[in-house]
Design a protein around this ligand. Structure first.
Ligand SMILES: Nc1ncnc2c1ncn2[C@@H]1O[C@H](COP(=O)(O)OP(=O)(O)OP(=O)(O)O)[C@@H](O)[C@H]1O
Ligand SMILES: O=C(O)[C@H](O)[C@@H](O)[C@H](O)[C@H](O)CO
Length: 173
């Protein structure tokens, strides 16, 4: 089995996690989970009201995601998960669910604001972007994963990620 069992597509709101991760899951024929759908209702209400989440708010949500990863690991199902995973401590929680490769979609604040401004029907207000960027801790060299300049098209980003995952799987079989 490959070391890259779970790909976690991470980054701040509007970076393209959902769009890109869905394409990666299709390309690699993997299980897919959208972390936004797993937030407790209180978290969604808080964000929709323009209030950033705290570490405490995120704790039960991260535990749910970790448990889902652990379930996939136990069943031997490689997966793709979207998750903001803004802090090292949050990523450590996810890593407890099995072998993970983080892919950080890095987008400039200008492009993020443009993307969030254009998006319709999403609970996350663009006003929370500053707090997302302030909370973000880039991947450390000691963490498994890589950062991608995510200003390209979603299809080209997904192709790059799928290629990297396949290459890593080939070298670890
Ligand atoms: N590579 C891309 N190039 C241009 N636009 C993109 C790209 N990826 C996503 N978008 C658009 O940007 C907006 C945000 O994308 P998306 O919802 O996938 O981001 P997200 O990181 O999942 O956000 P959130 O965490 O807030 O749900 C959407 O309107 C989407 O269509
Ligand atoms: O950790 C967080 O603050 C949240 O996960 C957010 O990032 C949102 O859920 C998501 O981005 C919604 O748009």
């Amino acid at each position: 089995m490959s070391d890259v069992q779970h790909v976690v597509v991470m980054g701040v709101s509007g970076s393209g996690k959902t769009t890109v991760a869905q394409l990666v899951a299709e390309r690699l024929h993997r299980q897919f989970l959208e972390a936004d759908d797993q937030h407790p209702a209180a978290n969604v209400a808080k964000m929709a009201a323009g209030e950033p989440l705290t570490d405490q708010d995120r704790a039960p949500w991260l535990a749910t995601l970790r448990d889902w990863l652990a379930e996939q690991t136990r069943a031997g199902r490689p997966s793709v998960l979207t998750c903001s995973a803004l802090k090292v401590a949050y990523r450590d929680v996810l890593r407890a669910g099995g072998p993970v490769l983080f892919v950080h979609l890095d987008v400039t604040p200008d492009v993020l604001a443009q993307r969030m401004g254009q998006r319709v029907g999403h609970f996350m207000p663009p006003a929370l972007l500053g707090s997302q960027l302030a909370a973000l801790e880039p991947l450390l060299p000691t963490e498994p994963g890589f950062t991608l300049d995510a200003t390209g098209t979603a299809q080209s980003l997904a192709a790059q990620i799928a290629d990297r995952v396949r290459a890593l799987s080939d070298t670890t079989m």
